[in-house]
Ligand binder design. Structure first.
Ligand code: F6P
Length: 328
């Protein structure tokens, strides 16, 4: 099929994640490599509605491969959820002669892209960027690996003070609907228990596990809790509950928060971003649309956007068993 695409727009949307800049760089340079023009769209869909565009050449993405955040900024646009908002965005793309879009973000971003594509038949290609790793169709989203390493570094430090004071720490990590960060960092940092939204451990089982840990001679412990955990208590209420029921424990809470989204991307995330950017642009040039570029078994793949949105990224239940064994 002859290539009809001469200009590609790129944007980042939703929660930022380390590796987004490396992906922008990859999209811009892949366009340059194929003699296609590239336009950066600022503040995600909101910038598309407001026509906040900037031409980007290969030199405009110098020195960003190693930077966290996104030079294109990110936003969650309420206006893009309306037909009028999307029509304004479409008119701006046509005015600027943009023929196709690469969208870097999570499921909210992809949902917007799918609707936009179905309304205007506008070519779109997604790149998964979120630290939560909660997208179907890829084993890794951009920023997830970096976030794991950031969390591990923090918990290692918490462990130093926990063991000095013989304390129990509840460490809350990100993951509104998904426990990937909690599960993997919990194992990697040697947590006594890991609480995730996909599995309701139950308060009794938590108390039992902490009792066992004390009687097994452990003087300090870490419990990693995903922010989306479904035990019905927030992390501070959980601390009070445990202190009431197990007075032998002195509990402290540490909520890691948005620091998990920042920082220089890991080598893995930089390489992944570079590969996904190439795949997204070259797929558009081949006439494909409405897919997400992802990775499985180190191979770059394409998944239809609707599957990426609707499918769930299951946690590996074997990891729960490994965690149980490790906390013996
Ligand atoms: O990027 C995803 C995420 O980290 C979620 O785990 C978290 O709930 C959310 O972002 C918070 O984002 P914000 O503060 O930007 O709304």
């Amino acid at each position: 099929m002859p290539n009809t695409i001469k200009k590609i727009g790129v944007l980042t949307s939703g929660g930022d994640s380390p590796g987004m800049n490396a992906a922008i760089r990859s999209v811009v340079r892949t366009c340059a490599y194929h003699n296609i023009e590239c336009v950066g769209i600022y503040r995600g869909y909101q910038g598309m509605i407001e026509g906040d565009f900037k031409e980007m050449g290969p030199r405009s993405v110098n020195n960003i491969v190693n930077k966290g955040g996104t030079i294109l900024k990110s936003a969650r646009s309420k206006e893009f959820m309306t037909v009028e908002g999307r029509k304004k965005a479409y008119d701006n793309l046509i005015k600027s002669k943009i023929d196709a879009l690469v969208l870097i973000g999570g499921d909210g971003t992809f949902t917007g892209a799918e609707i936009f594509n179905s309304e205007f038949n506008f070519p779109v290609m997604g790149i998964p960027g979120t630290i939560d790793n909660d997208i179907f169709g890829t084993s890794h989203t951009l920023g997830y690996d970096t976030a794991l390493n950031t969390v591990i570094e923090c918990i290692d430090k918490i462990r130093d003070t926990a063991s000095s004071h013989n304390r129990l720490f509840f460490v809350e990590v990100m993951g509104r609907d998904a426990g990937h960060i909690a599960l993997n960092t919990g194992i990697g940092a040697g947590a006594q228990e890991i609480l995730i939204p996909e599995e309701d451990l139950g308060l009794d089982r938590l108390l039992e596990s902490l009792r066992k840990s004390k009687s097994a001679g452990k003087s300090s412990s870490i419990v990693v809790i995903s922010e989306g955990d479904k035990m019905g208590k927030n992390v501070f209420e959980l601390k009070d509950y445990v202190e009431e029921n197990l007075p032998e424990y002195e509990v402290r809470v540490s909520v890691l928060g948005h620091m998990q989204r920042g920082g220089a991307p890991s080598c893995f995330d930089r390489v992944l971003a570079s590969r996904l950017g190439v795949k997204a642009v070259e797929s558009l040039l081949e006439g494909k649309s409405n897919y997400m570029a992802g990775i499985f078994n180190d191979k770059i793949t394409l998944t239809p956007l609707d599957q990426a949105i609707k499918g769930s990224s299951e946690i590996d239940r074997e990891l729960l068993r490994v965690s149980d064994i490790m906390s013996t």
